[in-house]
Ligand binder design. Structure first.
Ligand code: IPE
Ligand code: IPE
Ligand code: MG
Length: 244
């Protein structure tokens, strides 16, 4: 059961770096793939908990641009898991009112994979219960480079001038255009780094690092991170948590 939680100061947007699948498996003498499989169950728990907590946006890091450097067998296993997750879970997520958006580069992905991702977005487009943003083939530096290319192309076409380039304009050209910045970022698996995730968007995000590996993630651990978030004093460069 999802622990009940006061809605007060609930983050609107939570981003999660789901890390530690491989180590979880190694500790048990299992292949890394077993950790990834158990990680999908943890993801299902996290999505359900986020909806129960009343979180509006949940962004999950499922595969980074740098994860292509892993052994081929692990990459195919991960891609297969994603395909299966989309095929098996999208209908249920749709039924629960979840709106899916996939961020990251679609370049160099197989056409069948692109079609699957597009279908998931199209099917759930009108939903409004929880926004599930899946970062797949995502790297923030690559995302920023793509945004810069798009802006330069517009400038060359005479649609915008150099003087019009602003933080807002850059945000509008990122994959996350239209999404609020994450209020809270949770990383499981004990590492304390950002690993090329939402670099621009996390300028004022609160970070909570959790020692548990991702397959052990539960609604209780999620609730604990939200509680820690509640204790934080977000100043955004100002001097008080709440300025009138
Ligand atoms: C996170 O777990 C899943 C992905 C990066 C796809 P890892 O596979 O990174 O597991 P560890 O960090 O090696 O334990
Ligand atoms: C970050 O985890 C990427 C995902 C969770 C998808 P990694 O395991 O790839 O990050 P590093 O290599 O430890 O920084
Ligand atoms: Mg890792």
């Amino acid at each position: 059961m999802t622990p009940s939680l006061s809605r007060e100061r609930c983050p609107r947007h939570v981003a999660i770096i789901m890390d530690g699948n491989g180590r979880w498996a190694s500790l048990r003498g299992l292949p890394r793939s077993a950790g990834h499989k158990a990680g999908v169950d943890a993801l299902r728990r996290a999505v359900k908990a986020a909806a129960d907590f009343g979180i509006e946006f949940l962004t999950i890091y499922s595969f980074s641009s740098e994860n292509w450097s892993r052994p081929e067998a692990e990459i195919s296993f991960l891609l297969d898991l994603l395909r299966r997750f989309v095929r098996q879970d999208v209908a249920e997520l749709h039924g629960a009112g979840v709106k899916i958006r996939i961020i990251g580069s679609r370049e160099n992905l197989e056409p069948a994979m692109i079609a699957l991702l597009d279908d998931a977005e199209r099917l759930t487009r009108e939903n409004s219960k929880l926004n599930l943003v899946v970062a797949f083939n995502y790297g923030s530096r690559q995302e920023i480079s793509r945004a810069v290319s798009a802006i330069v192309a517009k400038a060359q076409a005479g649609e915008i001038s150099a003087g019009e380039i602003s933080p807002d304009l850059i945000s509008q050209h990122l994959d996350t255009a239209g999404l609020p910045d994450p209020d809270l970022l949770i990383r499981t698996g004990a590492e304390q780094r950002i690993s090329n995730f939402l670099l621009w968007q996390s300028a004022y995000t609160e970070f909570v690092f959790v020692k548990e590996f991702w397959p052990d993630f539960t609604a209780e651990i999620f609730a604990r991170a939200l509680e820690e978030y509640r204790q934080r004093d977000r100043r955004f460069g100002g001097i008080e948590a709440q300025t009138a």
